[in-house]
Design a protein around this ligand. Structure first.
Ligand SMILES: Nc1nc2c(ncn2[C@@H]2O[C@H](COP(=O)(O)OP(=O)(O)OP(=O)(O)O)[C@@H](O)[C@H]2O)c(=O)[nH]1
Ligand SMILES: [Mg+2]
Length: 213
């Protein structure tokens, strides 16, 4: 897929204020600092499109980016950021999980995993939650430029082993680097393929806008 245009549309804390769910949508999620915003910039080839930072907790809202006037990339706040209050964590949980569970135009969740780390409990639990909800997801291993491909492959194999304790098989996965564009064609190709199967959402059968309470 060629990315011809990528524009920021809106930031939200309220699911009821999101753009109408008429275009296919892909949400990027993962631990704080895993590289979600960087990956969005790498895929769209627009450096400052999504805000990135060395400090975890940069992205705080649901951010919609419209690509080729045709589909949405969604940048979400990271989970597992230790230095926020318990009540903020609960808020995060509530609103992100509500968004993921109810957003009818959401085609796939891209779960980002740091390729340098051994399987993390919080990531596995999050994947299990997606599985319980029946939400389609793929895994995107990030920051592969930071170590040898042998080390990356070891961590991928370990993650696969941990995930297949609860899943019959490992979901589709991608190994990426926002530094050297590794995995760009593969991730965009995957989205292109899912987009081609999108049949639209029946305008008469939408429960949008819906209520969060
Ligand atoms: N070397 C390298 N650094 C990366 C890569 N992806 C992200 N980073 C760095 O990791 C840090 C965090 O990146 P972000 O894209 O802001 O991470 P995020 O997941 O959006 O973080 P939050 O919004 O805080 O949840 C930044 O300093 C990035 O430059 C990568 O592929 N390779
Ligand atoms: Mg971010």
């Amino acid at each position: 897929m060629i990315v011809k245009s990528a524009e920021f549309i809106c930031s939200n804390t309220q699911v009821s204020k999101l753009p109408p769910p008429t275009k296919p949508e892909y949400a990027f999620i993962g631990r704080s600092n895993v590289g979600k915003s960087s990956l969005i910039n790498m895929l769209t080839a627009k450096k400052g499109l999504a805000k990135t930072s060395q400090t975890p907790g940069k992205t705080q809202l649901i951010n919609h980016f419209l690509i080729n006037d045709d589909w949405f990339l969604v940048d979400l706040p990271g989970y597992g950021y230790a230095r926020i209050s318990k009540s903020k964590k609960e808020d995060w949980n509530k609103f992100i999980r509500f968004y993921l569970d109810k957003r009818e135009s959401l085609q796939c969740v891209l779960v980002l995993i740091d390729s340098r780390l051994e399987p993390q409990k919080i990531d596995l639990e999050f994947c299990n939650w997606l599985g319980e909800k029946g939400l389609p997801f793929v895994i995107v291993f990030t920051k592969a430029d930071k170590q040898s491909s042998v080390k990356t492959d070891q961590n991928v194999a370990q993650f696969k082993k941990a995930l297949t304790k609860t899943f019959d098989e490992m979901p589709q996965y991608f190994i990426t680097s926002s530094e050297n564009k590794l995995g760009r064609d593969e991730v965009l190709g995957f989205i292109d393929e899912v987009n081609s199967r999108f049949e639209g959402i029946d305008a008469n059968n939408q429960n949008f806008p819906f209520n969060e309470d």
